[in-house]
Each structure stands twice: as C-alpha cells, then as structure tokens.
Ligand binder design. Structure first.
Ligand SMILES: *Cc1c(COP(=O)(O)O)cnc(C)c1O
Length: 459
C-alpha cells in the first residue's frame, strides 16, 4: 500500500493545531460523544474488511477508469482539517479554509493565464462546476441553445435540461473531436448562445480544436465554455502534446469559463471541482440575501459566489497544501508526473499498433491525444470484437490487471470493416494511464494483457 502519510506527521500537526486552541478550558465529552477505543477499533476493522470489496485504485495495475489516489499530503491535510471540519459556505463556518480556497483557486486560474481578473471557486464536482458555468451562460443568453460535441460529457445535456436550455449534440470526427463544419452549420442557425468545448473527453481524451472555435466565435458571436474537468492540467505540459492539442490548450485563456477537476488529475480526494469565469462581473447573478450567514466578516464569503451552500472546507485545505508541495508550474514535479502517464499511454498505443500477431486495432486516426488509450480487437465482425473485448477485460481482471470497456463508433477504427456498418458501435478496451507509476509498470501491463488475449483465444 503506497500512500500512508509519513507516520507521526499527522499526529504532530494535529497536536500543533490543538495547541492553537490551547486557551480554551478543557472539557469532558458527554457519554454520547465518547466511545471506547476498543469498540471503535473493532468497528474500524470491520470497515476495512468492507472496503476490501473494491478495485485497487491506488495500484499501478488498476489502469481502468479515471481514478488516481490522492497525494499523501492531500490525505494528511484533509484529515488534519477534520479536527475543525470547516464549511466554506461562509467565513463564519471556515475562515482559514475560505482564505486557502481563494489562494488555491487563484493558482489554478494563473495556470490558465488568468492573473488577477477572474471569478472562481471550488465545487463539489465537475458536474456542479459545469452546471454553474451553463447557468451563468443561460442568464447571459436566455433562450439560446447550448451545443457541444457528441463526445462531450453526458451531463451537459442533462444540466441543460435542468436549466431549461435547449441542448444540441454535434457530430465528431474519427478522433472524437467536434466536427467544425457541423458546428458551423449549427452556428449559422443564429440561435447558439454557448459552445461547450471539451479539452480531454472522458471516453478517449480527445481535445476539441479550441483555437479554431475561437475563430468561429469572431464570426458568429457566442460564449465558449471549456470543459477541462479531466484534461485541464495538461496545459502544463504542451511539449508532450501533439500540435493540434497544443494549439487548443494555448488558446484556453480566451475561454469565457473553464472547469477543471482537482479530484481527477489534481491528486485530491473526491469532492473537489473548480469553475472559473473570465469576467468577474458574472458574480452579480449569484447575488442573494441570507439572513443567517455572512455577519462575521465584510470580506467575500464564498457562498456569495457559488450555487452550493455547505461545502467541505477540508477539500480546499487539501488542495492548498498539495499546491504548496507541488506548484502548478511547467517543468515541476506535478507536471512531470502528468508527462509520465502520457508517455505510458503513447507506449501502450505503440505496442498495440506493432503487435506481431496484429491482434489489436487502435484508433485509425493516430495515437491518443492525452493519456487515455482505446483499442478494438482485430476480428472479422464487430460482434466478435465486442465479445472478445468483454472476455479479455474479465481475463485481465482475474490476473489483477483492471482495464475498462467503452462503446465507440466502429468507423473510428477502420474505415470499412468487412460486414460492418460505419454508424454502429463496438465494445472496446480502454485504459486511463493517469498515474506516474504507470510508465514503469507498462511491461507488466503488456505481459498481462497479451497473456489474457492468448487465454481467450484458446477459449
Ligand atoms: C469527469 C468529467 C466530468 C464530470 O465531473 P465529475 O467531477 O465526475 O462530476 C465532466 N466533464 C468531463 C470532460 C469529465 O471528464
């Protein structure tokens, strides 16, 4: 197990924190608040057994979905904050953690090139962050449509329905990026208020051509919301990206709003999304009166600029501490970790393409844009390819390698599969190689995958 914070580290910090409140009189907990250590130990042991019923997300052989263990400093800071359990709705509930949130969010904004003038805060998730961005977009352009690629996160359509905005999915190219001609055809209709641009789609890590969408904005006028919940931090490693993705990331500061999830690539425990607006004046939409909060300070309370009320102050504390240790700077340790996962993805893709038995069919359009690899099985029919993917997925898991499955259009893999119909979907294998350790474990991943293939082929 990799991530137990340095023994004693947390105890030392907890003692220091308790000393901060040393002037308070000591008190005995009521019997209802106390519990015998033995009883708690027994229950925790049972809890540990229950938690064993999980995939080992922390291990490099977990290479399936978007799951990355929080950094030890994030875990320790979060646990330390539990002594206080602050609420970042108002300074009344979390003075220090509100200040830490403002600092941590400013560093994320700086990473995207927004220095002083912006508005932003943490949210409980990427979905809620996207909801806030589309809510603001809807206030600014009531009655106008929201469009995003067919590979945009599935929640955009649902969020739009909640906000009573019409949403229209736009087809993609065979790399999973929004099709610019199809987008322009919608723009010509004249009623598009917002375009959702995804930098790093959830299924395959595709990067929409933000730079070219900016050119369309000049012509047609609309709001650009960048959903970089997954891919936002790749802004730190342009040198590791291919040219089209690099150009898209280079344009990010021209977006009207950006969402990034520190709880995906940012080494944070769940409960940490982030939304940023380029124009701080959108804060006016959040204006509300609350008779029972906001009385201890004239400074900004985060609840005055967010749709959620109570939020975990501990999430801000963990993020702040992590960014102290691992600043969001190009070439820094954090950026190097991202680059390792990206290198692992390129290497897996290369091996899939060069497999001497030609068992695999990676994306026809070329290597992955970020650190997510998808591939089909090379068989005579799509039905057989789907069935093989299922079986290999199970065989790998039996050998401790955890991959994921994804349904993707057949046409992305080979233009005309024998007996295949271009519009149909096929079950593919998918691997998100988002841990720095994945690079060193790639040989083991490859050996396990190919052994599983051989086993499945033997039947
Ligand atoms: C994960 C993801 C989301 C949703 O974020 P949650 O934090 O899971 O709510 C939205 N958009 C993209 C591109 C994502 O990858």
């Amino acid at each position: 197990m990799p991530t137990d914070p340095v023994p004693g580290l947390l105890a030392g910090a907890t003692e220091a924190l308790e000393a901060e409140f040393g002037s308070l009189p000591a008190f005995d907990p009521a019997p209802e608040s106390a519990a015998s250590p033995q009883e708690m130990a027994t229950i925790l042991a049972a809890t540990a057994r229950r938690l064993g019923d999980n995939y080992p997300y922390f291990h490099p052989l977990y290479a399936g979905q978007m799951l990355k263990p929080p950094h030890p400093i994030a875990r320790a800071a979060y646990a330390l904050a539990m002594t206080i359990n602050p609420n970042n709705h108002a300074r009344d509930g979390g003075r220090a953690s509100s200040a830490m949130e403002i600092e941590a969010v400013a560093e994320i904004a700086r990473m995207f090139g927004w220095a002083d003038i912006f508005l932003g805060h943490l949210t409980s998730s990427g979905t809620f962050a996207n909801l806030e961005a589309l809510w603001v977009a809807g206030q600014l352009a009531p009655g106008r449509r929201v469009v995003g690629s067919a590979q945009a996160h599935y929640t955009h359509q649902r969020i739009s329905a909640v906000l009573k905005l019409d949403y229209c999915p736009i087809p993609t190219d065979t790399r999973g990026r929004i099709d610019l001609d199809a987008l322009e055809a919608e723009l010509r209709e004249g009623d598009v208020g917002t375009v959702v641009v995804t930098l790093g789609t959830t299924a395959i890590g595709a990067v929409d051509p933000l730079d070219q969408i900016l050119a369309l904005r000049q012509r047609y006028g609309f709001r650009i919301h960048v959903d970089a919940a997954y891919g936002g931090y790749f802004h730190l490693i342009p040198e590791a990206l291919d040219e089209p993705a690099r150009r898209a990331y280079a344009a990010i500061s021209h977006a009207d709003s950006i969402v990034v999830d520190p709880h995906k690539h940012g080494l944070q425990p769940y409960g940490c999304g982030c939304v940023l607006f380029r124009d701080p004046a959108v804060g006016r939409f959040y204006k509300h009166d609350s008779p029972y909060t906001y009385f201890t300070s004239k400074e900004l309370h985060l609840g005055e600029i967010s749709l959620e009320c109570s939020r975990a102050g501990a999430a801000a504390v963990a993020l702040w501490a992590t960014q102290q240790l691992l600043p969001l700077t190009p070439g820094g340790t954090f950026a190097r970790g991202l680059a390792r996962g990206r290198a692992a993805a390129l290497e897996l893709d290369r091996r899939l393409r060069q497999d001497k038995y030609a068992r695999f069919q990676p994306l026809a359009a070329g290597p992955p844009e970020l650190d997510i690899v998808v591939w089909q099985l090379n068989t005579d029919t799509p039905e057989r390819a789907s069935e093989m993917a299922q079986k290999i997925f199970v065989a790998c898991a039996a050998d401790d390698l955890h991959l994921a499955l994804v349904q993707l259009p057949q046409s992305w893999f080979r233009p005309a599969c024998a007996g295949g119909d271009a519009s149909r979907h096929v079950t593919c294998l998918r691997s998100v190689l988002m841990k720095p350790e994945h690079e060193a474990w790639l040989d083991r991943i490859w050996v396990t995958l190919t052994a599983a293939c051989a086993k499945v082929e033997e039947g």
